[in-house]
Design a protein around this ligand. Structure first.
Ligand SMILES: [Zn+2]
Length: 144
């Protein structure tokens, strides 16, 4: 039993241990919601629960299509002086970097950015299809 204080009130969390293959024991929380073993509990509303009971999702599950590619493009752009901004606003080759390296990173950043835009467009098309609309029915960019 682990007792934690929440807003000054004690909350009892049950702990269990399971034997490890090569000796020792591993501690687990028992989720107050479903009783399953959990390595982590999260504060959701007025209690601690496991990820499933809290209906929490991993960050990767919240991302839109293309987000990872856009992040990759920004990271690559940052390596070649883009300051993390988009590939088409690069400021130039950093000192002491080979031109060949610069060109390779620039090429990869541009490819990642293009792929992220494509993924976003595909997602928009997919959603429009679900709504029975087309891209022409949408307001121009910036009007939203
Ligand atoms: Zn649970």
């Amino acid at each position: 039993m682990l007792i934690v204080l929440r807003a000054g009130q004690p909350e009892h969390l049950r702990l269990v241990r399971t034997a490890c293959t090569y000796g020792g024991a591993r501690p687990w929380f028992l989720c107050p919601g479903c009783g399953s073993r959990r390595t982590k509990l999260f504060e959701v509303g007025d209690r601690f629960v496991g990820r499933t009971c809290g209906r929490l999702v991993y960050q990767s599950q919240q991302e839109r299509p293309g987000d990872r590619l856009a992040l990759r493009a920004k990271r690559l752009a940052a390596r070649i002086g883009g300051g993390g901004v988009l590939p088409n606003t690069l400021t130039g080759k950093p000192p002491r970097m080979h031109w060949r390296t610069y060109a390779l990173i620039e090429q990869r950043a541009a490819a990642a950015w293009a792929a992220s835009v494509e993924a976003r467009q595909a997602e928009i098309v997919r959603r429009c299809a679900g709504l029975g609309r087309t891209l022409r029915d949408l307001p121009p960019a910036g009007d939203q």
